[in-house]
Design a protein around this ligand. Structure first.
Ligand code: C5P
Length: 256
């Protein structure tokens, strides 16, 4: 299945096991439709569009792996050695965990031998352009152990002492906005480095929401590359409207 002569082999892991409650009631977020196609399928296509990505591992809701497999088959081409294939990209589906961190770990555990670098990409960022994916892969292949696409912030950010919902919250600090970045996915890693981070770093509570943060805790340098405004995370109902508008614009201008 894999070309042994190529020095770099990159897989993408897509954690898609979240319920997405901030989006309102309904199906798991990754299975909601955007322009008639489930968000997850957009995300898988976004990874498969990169020529560097030879395998996509989708981490499904624990009780939804069969449904996700069917969905991928529906949108796949026949053939392929692993779970299925979309042209030159194979895919696998594994069940996820209770936290994003556990889901990513399940995806890493499923990677076959021979993969040297990995992209971790949220299913909730279905519209990331292929140029952003390629920029991350290129930086990893050039030797950076951890690469994150990021954007400057429009809003000023306050650090607070979190209080009861609805109560005024005391401000603790106002970090200088020009030094802050909002990070996106796919985040790219030398595989051995990310596996080491998952083995050594345990994040309490809801677990790590950012894989690069775990690598930082190892003391390994993390670098940022320019992200893209279309790589936004679909979290709240308004984001669905924005995503539909981006898709409509792409269809009108025939970008994809
Ligand atoms: O909840 P949040 O928006 O941070 O989730 C980011 C990504 O992590 C989503 O694609 C979601 O499906 C995934 N996730 C997961 N397993 C969980 C929680 C979130 O795969 N237990």
């Amino acid at each position: 299945m894999y070309d042994e002569t190529r020095p770099h082999r990159t897989a993408a892991v897509i954690p898609a096991a979240g319920r997405g409650t901030r989006l309102g009631p309904g199906a798991p977020k990754a299975l909601r439709s955007l322009g008639g196609i489930p968000m997850l399928i957009h995300a898988v296509r976004a990874m498969a569009r990169s020529r560097a990505v030879s395998l996509v591992v989708v981490v499904a809701p624990p009780d939804g792996a069969a449904e996700v497999k069917n969905l991928l088959d529906e949108h796949a081409l026949p053939g392929g050695a692993a779970g299925g294939s979309w042209g030159r990209t194979d895919f696998l589906v594994v069940p996820g965990g209770e936290t994003r961190q556990q889901s990513v770990r399940a995806g890493l555990d499923a990677l076959p031998d021979g993969i040297t670098s990995v992209l971790i990409h949220d299913a909730a960022r279905p519209l990331v352009p292929v140029d952003t994916v390629d920029a991350v892969v290129e930086a990893v292949r050039a030797g950076a152990p951890a690469v994150v696409p990021a954007m400057p912030l429009a809003d000023t950010v306050k650090e607070v002492e979190p209080g009861e919902p609805g109560e005024p919250e005391p401000v603790v600090a106002t970090p200088e906005r020009a030094r802050l970045r909002a990070v996106q996915t796919p985040q790219g890693f030398d595989l051995a480095t990310l596996v080491r981070a998952h083995e050594r770093i345990a994040v309490n509570g809801e677990g790590a929401t950012d894989d690069a943060g775990m690598v930082e805790k190892l003391g390994v340098p993390v670098v940022l590359v320019p992200g893209h405004e279309e790589a936004f995370k679909v979290t709240r109902p308004l984001d669905l409207i924005l995503a539909d508008a981006v898709l409509a614009r792409r269809r009108a201008t025939d970008v994809y």
